[in-house]
Design a protein around this ligand. Structure first.
Ligand code: 0X9
Ligand code: CA
Ligand code: CA
Ligand code: CA
Ligand code: ZN
Length: 430
């Protein structure tokens, strides 16, 4: 059974760790290495903290841990021990084979033909441009800045009197910070299209748009997204594309690069080859830096205007809330009442989409993630949604485009709940 950690291995592969392993060999070739050689594996099915701790203590070099998998560098002996202990180990060659199978009908520079309904960067820009053309009174497009490779990172605002900064609660939606999580771009595009196309015909939508200012960043990491589809064969890429000084490994995990408790708590890696590399210092990635600059700029007369935020990821079907850096429910800047509010809103949203609601550190510890920063720095009610599917291996990042409509509309009500929670809708009648 393919497991979720496959993606981490794939990223390590693209990051250049592949020198450790016979690249184009048949599946299993990696196992023919001489004893003592170190190979990178994805260990899957690590659902409990105890299991992950046991792997870490076996002496292998843990490159990263995310969801139920760990990426490790292990000797043949260590690998045999882990297998004997009942763990499933997948080599990068296996992951690469899976990615190849997922990329039928190559189409360099774009999604494979079978997945043509997904929006690449240019198509995303065309889609939001069309929304602005069709609804000039409701939509304005700006940019939070440029990515490392120089792509604009568009920021869409939706509201009545869109060109005026009105005294209305503001909400932010961010998508596709992790490159291979392409379904999330579709999620942000759905929000944009729904709150504009349905404005004239849906009274509830109109009431929400009239009483809120909705900000959307459909692609936080355009460089990574384009890299993932550049060859017509999915790369399983997660991180940014900024090179790392003194290392051949490219990229930083943008969701470990934010400045609240950055690198504090073993929830990220200091190894540039890791899938969860935190960067050389907090906010040394233009993408995370410019998100924080935009959010900082929404402090008006001493008050943060943005009251709610969802950062969309895939996958596992979860609704997650801060803090990620600690398993404690309460901590500095998180009172019992505040934690209870996160739990209440998160649970109500999860009731509408069928996801599992939990504090993010119940999944695993992360430090420097966007949600901790949004709450810790600005008291923004900030959630991480892990979208469809509920489980899977590397294939979990590449669901067929046929599921886009179903899996994005699945979050319509949750988005409404967040808007209402921060005061939009009110008793406006049409
Ligand atoms: O690890 C992440 O950045 C997110 N998961 S993903 O598989 N999309 O990479 C989850 C971040 C939420 N925070 C915590 N789990 N603490
Ligand atoms: Ca298709
Ligand atoms: Ca307005
Ligand atoms: Ca405002
Ligand atoms: Zn993610």
């Amino acid at each position: 059974m393919p497991t979720r950690r496959g993606m981490a291995a794939a990223a390590a592969l693209a990051a250049g760790v592949a020198v450790l392993l016979p690249l184009a060999g048949p599946a299993g070739a990696a196992d023919q290495q001489a004893a003592g050689d170190i190979v990178t594996y994805t260990v899957t099915g690590l659902d409990s903290v105890a299991e992950r701790t046991a792997v870490a203590r076996s002496g292998v070099d843990v490159l990263s841990a995310e969801h139920g998998t760990m990426t490790v560098r292990a000797t043949q002996e260590q690998a045999a021990e882990l297998r004997a202990a009942g763990h499933e180990l997948i080599t990068m060659a296996d992951v690469r084979k899976q990615l190849r199978e997922l990329s039928a009908a190559k189409k360099p520079g774009d999604f494979p033909e079978d997945d043509a309904d997904y929006h690449n960067y240019d198509e995303m820009v065309a889609e939001i441009t069309k929304a602005a053309e069709d609804h000039g009174d409701l939509v304005s497009i700006s940019s939070i800045g440029t990515s490392y490779e120089g792509r604009d990172i568009p920021l869409v605002k939706i509201s009545d009197n869109v060109d005026t900064d009105e005294d209305e609660p503001e909400v932010l939606f961010t998508c596709n910070m992790h490159a291979r999580e392409h379904l999330t771009t579709e999620m942000c595009l759905r929000i944009i299209n729904r709150y504009t196309d349905d404005y004239a015909s849906d009274e509830k939508i109109k009431a929400l748009v009239d009483t809120a200012e909705i900000w959307v960043v459909p692609q936080v990491n355009p460089d990574g997204i384009e890299y993932d589809i550049a060859t017509g064969e999915y790369q399983g890429w997660r991180k940014s594309r900024k090179p790392n000084e003194g290392s051949s490994a490219v990229g930083t995990d943008i969701n470990r690069n934010f400045s609240y408790q950055w690198g504090c708590c073993n929830g990220s890696s200091g190894n540039p080859a890791s899938e969860t590399y935190r960067g050389a210092e907090a906010l040394d990635q233009p993408e995370s830096k410019q998100i924080t600059e935009f959010v900082d700029s929404r402090v008006v007369d001493g008050e943060q205007q943005i009251k709610g935020h969802i950062d969309f990821h895939t996958f596992s079907e979860l609704v997650l809330w801060p803090y990620g850096y600690t398993t404690d429910d309460t901590d500095e800047g998180m009172t019992e009442e505040e934690a209870a509010r996160f739990r209440d809103v998160g649970t109500r949203m999860a009731e509408t989409n069928g996801y599992t609601p939990q504090q993010s550190s119940d999944l695993y510890i992360t430090d420097g993630d966007i949600n901790d920063w949004m709450w810790g720095e600005h008291k923004i009610l900030s959630f991480c949604f892990e979208m469809y599917p509920s489980s899977g291996g590397i294939d979990g990042f590449y669901p067929p485009d046929e599921v886009i409509e179903r899996e994005t509309s699945r979050n319509d009500e949750a988005v409404e709940i967040l808007l209402e929670e921060v005061g939009a809708g009110g008793d406006t009648t049409g």
